[in-house]
Design a binder for this molecule. Structure first.
Ligand code: C2E
Ligand code: MG
Ligand code: MG
Length: 724
């Protein structure tokens, strides 16, 4: 952008003079300093001026083809940036002055100038014109820079008490010139009340010389009534004594950047679905609250952990969109139930957490939990669906006793789990007893991981026999854990932990493979065992795995076990959680030729309707039932009803937990098809199975009952066990 006139060492002078005598005199004076082109008419001068290259023009206002001001104006129009010095007659100084007012650099009165005066006037004209051009250039550059930077400019003349802002500043904030006035107070009045003090302090700090710059981000009122974020910068001008006399600077709109930042912060700290706090921001708040709890006089804080009951049923049964809407609605209810100062967060899935800072009393928090239960108990209307929800709540009270936030959350989680076990919609408060249990549980969990890895698990096989004669039809596989100290740990002590931690999937797969392999091998060595069945207990968590059916297929293929020899024992929980999915899975299992047994029937809900709705082959009646039967009229009636119904539906029935001859006879009398229990045999180690097979009579499972036979086998089975 350098169109500044480059003035040559010998500047080019255009001389307009129609008097040849006068021209000659001037040429004589000026030729040593200038390259001179002499013309006598305005027309010729204009033609030359339109070409580049003229550095300065000396023109007589009265020439043949033009007079007075018009002469100057025509020339000046042809080359606005060329500096002009005009000559006028002694009696026409008025016109000369008018020419200067119109843009001429200087004027000379004819016959009253000397060579030196003309030379100096021309030199100054060139110099002034160059400075003007430079100034124009600077201004233009400044204007472009401001327009490009999008910033408004402000200028406060402290001495004169004038505050001026640029046009761009006005358009940025939607004001007209009159709206703001020219005093600094007008501008200050537009600042956000929360930011005003800070802006003023920083401004004073710079003016007072304490801060090298003035720079601050703050909100300012837009004419539309909204707030804009701006960045204001300024630099003071000081007098010789260092006192600030003036400060000027820029103000740029940074609203979008601030909003984007705010959105980022928001995304990082809130849960996208519900708009509640997320886990990380909850933890941060919790840490703050815990730090304050340590201070004297604070009663501490409480964390409530909340997990929706049976949320999976909604999600799987009605679809994720309904599940999501339920979560949003639950979040709303929670928000409405707590005080504004309490924090509600979603930790993901159907887990929520509440932080009660500065709690008044334990009772207050327990009452809050009760309010939450009541609030969730009202049905949720989501479109055409009406849903009922409940949650299990765990509470931890924290009073500043040197635990970490992680521990607080874990303890709340433990309390929540305990409340889950009590049923739906319960609340449990964490206590120190839980703590010991947790430590133990963690040990167990780690141990179990090792057990799976190091092969410490073993499978035992408990015979299932046909009634009344007691001939062997198959086995139930039952897992045990042989701990490194040689103890045989029963499944009740580690299956629940395996289920909670998800280890059950790995563990269950291992049992399935082991049992199938064992039975398949047995049939290869002893072909007459080829009809014996084996049933495997399946945890709900295994059952809902996407690849569960494929896994069974794979295991059957890998071990070579005939599908009809395998039975899967499931519990009612599996059917209740999501009936539609369960039915589908069961059909696929049956399509493989694998049998389905409903375990522990008589416990829990024992809905007889399951028997019709689901493809089940066999009921296993829980031992509490079996054992209470003789003499207990009501149980006996129920037992009879179950057996009759099962018969009508074509289901087999296995009575579990038969321990005495009396029970066996009784069940036989009721025409119960099969039995299992210590009376016939304890669960056997794999090696003992071989011994038993050598002696026991066998029957295929599922063949119709036969007339009673003598019963040597059961006792022999029992003896084997007692010898081992
Ligand atoms: P279950 O499936 O109902 O297994 C029957 C339980 O009753 C076994 O206990 C068995 O030893 C016991 N039992 C058999 N006959 C009698 C009797 O006459 N009297 C008495 N009092 N008890 C008898 P166990 O082996 O301790 O297993 C307990 C539960 O652990 C099983 O109940 C089953 O639910 C679970 N379980 C065992 N193995 C596995 C497995 O591999 N996977 C899964 N998911 N669960 C398993
Ligand atoms: Mg079982
Ligand atoms: Mg059972």
């Amino acid at each position: 952008m350098s169109d500044l006139p480059l003035v040559a060492l010998r500047p080019r002078l255009l001389l307009l003079e129609d008097s040849l005598t006068e021209a000659e005199q001037l040429l004589g004076w000026l030729l040593s300093t200038f390259d001179i082109t002499h013309v006598t008419s305005v027309a010729a001068a204009v033609a030359l001026l339109k070409e580049p290259g003229v550095d300065v023009a000396l023109i007589d206002l009265c020439v043949d083809d033009s007079r007075e001001l018009a002469t100057f104006l025509r020339c000046h129009e042809a080359a606005p940036h060329v500096p002009f010095v005009v000559q006028s007659g002694i009696d026409d100084q008025e016109t000369a002055l008018a020419a200067v007012a119109a843009g001429a650099q200087d004027y000379l009165v004819k016959r009253s100038f000397t060579a030196e005066l003309v030379r100096r006037s021309l030199r100054y004209a060139i110099e002034r014109s160059r400075i003007e051009a430079e100034l124009r250039e600077t201004r233009e550059r400044y204007r472009l820079a401001l327009a490009g930077a999008n910033d408004g400019v402000w200028d406060w003349d402290i001495v004169a008490g004038r505050f001026v802002v640029s046009e761009r500043w006005h358009s940025m904030l939607g004001y007209s010139l009159a709206d703001v006035g020219d005093e600094v107070e007008g501008w200050l009045g537009l600042l956000h009340p929360s930011d005003r003090d800070e802006v003023w302090e920083l401004l004073q700090a710079h003016l007072g010389g304490e801060a090298p710059h003035f720079e601050v981000e703050h909100r300012i009122l837009h004419a539309d009534g909204g707030w804009r974020w701006v960045r204001t910068r300024g630099l003071a001008v000081r007098n010789a004594g260092g006192l600030a006399t003036r400060i000027a600077g820029s103000q740029g709109d940074i609203t979008e950047r601030r909003n984007a930042e705010a959105r980022l912060v928001c995304a990082a700290t809130t849960d996208g679905l519900t708009g509640l706090a997320n886990r990380s921001s909850f933890v941060e708040r919790l840490r703050g609250a815990m730090a304050r709890s340590a201070e004297a006089g604070d009663r501490g804080c409480a964390v409530l952990f909340l997990d929706l009951d049976r949320f999976k049923v909604v999600n799987d049964g009605l679809g994720h969109h309904v599940g999501d809407r339920l979560l949003v609605a639950v979040a709303q209810r929670l928000r409405m139930t707590v005080r504004p100062s309490d924090i509600v967060a979603r930790f993901g899935g159907d887990e929520f957490a509440l932080l009660v800072e500065r709690m008044d009393s334990h009772a207050q928090v327990e009452e809050l939990a009760a309010r939450i239960h009541r609030s969730l108990a009202r049905p949720f209307t989501l479109g055409s669906d009406q849903l009922h929800a409940s949650a299990s709540v765990g509470i931890v009270f924290h009073t500043g006793d040197g635990v970490t936030s992680d521990e607080v959350l874990r303890n709340a989680d433990i309390a929540m789990y305990r409340s889950k076990r009590l049923g739906r919609g319960c609340t449990e408060v964490f206590n120190e007893r839980d703590h010991a249990q947790v430590a133990q549980r963690l040990d167990l969990e780690n141990g179990l991981r090792r057990a799976i890895r190091e092969g410490e698990l073993v499978v035992h096989y408990q015979p299932i026999v046909r009634l009344p004669e007691g001939s062997l039809v198959g086995f139930e596989s039952l897992v045990r854990w042989r701990t490194p100290d040689g103890r045989m740990m029963p499944p009740a002590d580690f299956i629940p932990i395996a289920e909670e931690t998800g280890l059950i999937n790995e563990l269950g797969s291992w049992v399935l493979r082991t049992a199938c392999l064992r039975m398949a091998e047995l049939a290869r060595v002893q072909p007459d065992t080829a009809e014996l069945t084996v049933s495997v207990n399946i945890s709900p968590r295994q059952f809902v795995e996407d690849s569960f059916v494929e896994e069974i297929e794979r295991v059957l293929a890998a071990t070579g076990l005939a599908p009809r020899r395998l039975g899967l024992e499931i519990t009612e929980t599996v059917l209740m959680e999501s009936p539609a999915v369960a039915a589908q899975t069961l059909h696929r299992i049956r399509a493989l030729g694998v049998r389905v047994l409903l375990d522990d029937f008589g416990m829990g809900y024992s809905s007889l309707s399951y028997l019709r709705r689901f493809p089940i082959d066999c009921l296993k009646i829980d031992r509490t039932f079996t054992q209470s039967v003789p003499g207990h009229a009501e149980d006996e009636a129920i037992m009879q009803a179950i057996l009759t119904l099962a018969d009508a539906l074509g289901l087999e029935v296995v009575a579990e937990g038969v321990e005495s001859e009396e029970q066996r006879l009784h069940l036989s009398g009721l025409h119960c098809g099969y039995a299992q229990g210590f009376y016939f045999s304890h669960p056997l180690e794999a090696i003992e199975v071989d011994t038993v097979l050598a002696t026991a009579t066998r029957q295929p499972f599922g063949s119709r009952p036969r007339p009673r036979l003598p019963l040597p086998a059961p006792r022999r089975l029992a003896e084997v066990r007692h010898r081992g």
